[in-house]
Design a protein around this ligand. Sequence first.
Ligand code: NAX
Length: 332
Amino acid sequence: GKGPLRIVITGAAGQIAYSLLYQICSGDVFGQEQDLIVNLLDITPMLGVLQGVVMEIEDCSLPLVKGVFPTDSVEVAFKDIDVALFVGAMPRKEGMERKDLLSANVKIFKPQGQALEKFAKKTCKILVVGNPANTNCFILAQNAPSIPRENFTCLTRLDHNRAIGQIASRLKISPKSVKNVIIWGNHSSTQFPDARSATVNVNGKETPAYDALKDDNWLKNDFVSIVQKRGAAVIAARKLSSAMSAAKAICDHMRDWWFGTKDHEFTSMGLISDGSYGIEKGLVYSYPVQIKDGKISIVQDLKIDDWSRDLMDKTQKELIEEKNDALKATST
Ligand code: NAX
């Protein structure tokens, strides 16, 4: 059969990784036929914690897992990998400005990008989760020029799932009955959660979300701001950032990349822009995508009205600023 898939998870001693590892190792993402070798990367002071995670994976006695390797070395972690999940990042501390956060993360993602370039398989599929996710992904890609651009993605699936959840609970229907919401732009509070292409299935009938909700005002205001601020609301309530839902979104993102999206359905992913929808080429921007045979394509020709254009440009503007700050930090 197939050889084992080599996966690296960075930030593997953290809380998202803790929710993520069982789902991956149990075959929930890459399928029940696919053996796995899992490299766990974290920083040196976390190696003890990582040892505990390794024990727990062993204690789950999962048949697909052919090896688990904890390490603080990027060389060991990225050697010959097929899949890289970049979960670890420098968290924002109190009083830290965005520029400081960006330069702290450039210090992490630049060497990790260089290690990816040197040690990973050229076919390696990459998902960046650690914040600022889009710009961290941009820096990673810059430093791994021999890996195809379409292999770099960042996570906006959590925002996408949050948007579905809001519409489903508003209409009191299953999330499974809500399709084709879109997250445009940055995984930040400037993101544009867009329901204009969304449809809902109410009593067996497929209807545009805007018609079913009969409330454009809610879709244009509360819906947008609830989704934009959901991460902050979870932190305020839980005193910790989203982890269970983030891990679930990572699994959704990777499973769709592996096995494809359903016909006539799309999802959202941060990608290196090819200029679609007038977005600056090279920026890591979240788009509506369809996936077939491992190939991600941006959904084209959606109608963009002035209201949407404005929101799409606003989040682009933030990403350009982040990119410029990050590039400044890289050169120093
Ligand atoms: P934790 O603080 O629990 O875990 C992060 C782990 O990364 C720690 O164990 C830390 O030691 C490790 N780490 C730090 N620097 C590292 C390095 N250079 N190499 C390897 N490991 C390193 O955070 P957690 O709650 O797991 O969140 C992880 C990241 O996901 C954060 O940046 C967070 O902001 C981001 N998120 C992104 C989301 C998205 O949708 N894109 C949603 C959830 C989450 O907020």
